[in-house]
Design a binder for this molecule. Structure first.
Ligand code: CP3
Length: 343
């Protein structure tokens, strides 16, 4: 049984640095396209046998030390009453956008155990098929990031409508976040009950916030989720606030065991700032996978070196792997991390 990833999350000694890759199941793999072409992306998420199959692909192909459930952070918004579609070349579309009191009132807080049976079924299949070869990570979006998609109706550049609601109608914003947080907390707890062995909270757009706004409008909801989860499960919790170097001290108060880092900060700086309260996950620039082998080895060696003082280190990219990345380069990176970190 390879539990190196779980040990590193808890800051326990490990024989080598474990690695997994954000978005490791996805479009850079020809094997993913084979399964994906059988239907839409959402069909794939909702078909447990196939979702499990693509979850396992990178474990077999790359040799990573953890699997991450194949799904999407936006999936749990559907049972709340928002229409979700992934439009080719455009990304996610959520309709209608949630921008006034009537829309917030209309959102339901369903029983998440019943609302997303296909997710839990995928997790149960995966635990069986992985047979402890590597641990399985479950995940959800952080409430602020999920709210941006609901309020904007999709991806956004400036988060105009989200910040407008925060500044002009804070009570409405908090009412919306309250509902999203209740759902997310129960959703993650249900994933752990189904068999997820670690949980990652993705706050992809946290870096768009001033520190004071992050503290007032985003962090408290992450703290609430984590403290609720702690009463139900002891699986390690990873919080990834993307583009969040300026928010690090605040993020360390989230209660997470591990903080994910993007590539805009050196891990030794992060360690100096928050010490050994948390382990770190990251943080190579995804496009650095294009470096020639010697340079890639040097880059990986530098990150491993910078992480030496950390309570624990899980190697990862600083954000998701990009669709044009050659899979051989990802495989090489996994091998280099294992080789260069062996102790
Ligand atoms: O990491 C993994 O391998 C697990 C699967 C996973 C997906 N999305 C699959 C996916 C995870 C963990 C996510 C998280 C997610 N989804 C985030 C947070 C992480 C991040 O990138 O910041 C966000 C913001 C989303 C929302 C989302 N999903 C967008 C904006 C898009 C469209 C853009 C794009 O890359 O296509 C998606 C679609 C999506 N999610 C795909 C995959 C494999 C591509 C779907 C396809 O096959 O066409």
């Amino acid at each position: 049984m390879n539990d190196t990833f779980l040990k590193a999350c808890r800051g326990e000694p490990v024989a080598y640095t474990p690695i997994w890759i954000m978005r490791q199941a996805g479009r850079y793999l020809p094997e993913y396209h084979e399964v994906r072409k059988l239907g839409t992306f959402l069909d794939l998420c909702k078909t447990p046998e196939r979702a499990a199959e693509v979850t396992i692909q990178p474990v077999d192909i790359l040799g990573v030390d953890a699997a991450i459930l194949f799904s999407d952070i936006l999936v749990p918004l559907e049972p709340m009453g928002v229409d979700l579609e992934f439009v080719e070349g455009k990304g996610p579309v959520l309709s209608p956008p949630v921008r006034d009191k009537a829309a917030v009132d209309r959102l339901s807080v369903p029983d998440m155990e019943e609302a997303l049976p296909y997710v839990y079924e995928t997790i149960r299949i995966l635990r069986r098929e992985l047979a402890d070869k590597v641990p399985l990570i479950g995940f959800a979006g952080a409430p602020f990031t999920l709210a941006t998609y609901m309020i904007e109706g999709g991806s956004s550049r400036n988060f105009w409508n989200t910040k407008k609601m925060m500044y002009q109608a804070p009570a409405l914003y908090h009412a919306l976040l309250d509902k999203i947080t209740a759902c997310t907390s129960r959703y993650l707890a249900a994933q752990a009950r189904a068999g997820a062995q670690a949980l990652q909270i993705f706050d992809s757009w946290a870096g768009a916030l001033a520190p004071c706004d992050f503290a007032a409008f985003a962090l408290p909801y992450v703290q609430r989720i984590i403290s609720e989860l702690r009463q139900e499960t002891d699986v390690p919790i990873i919080y990834f606030a993307n583009n969040g170097a300026t928010l690090l001290e605040l993020a360390a108060d989230s209660g997470a065991d591990v903080l994910g880092l993007d590539w805009r900060i050196n891990i030794d700086d992060a360690v100096r700032r928050v010490g050994d309260r948390v382990a770190f996950q990251g943080n190579m620039d995804p496009i650095a996978l294009l470096l020639p082998e010697n340079d890639l080895a040097a880059r990986i060696g530098r990150i491993l070196e910078q992480a030496k003082g950390a309570k624990g280190h899980i190697f990862n990219l600083g954000h998701g792997i990009l669709p044009d990345t050659p899979p051989e380069q990802a495989r090489l990176a996994v091998e280099l991390v294992h080789r260069l970190s062996s102790r």
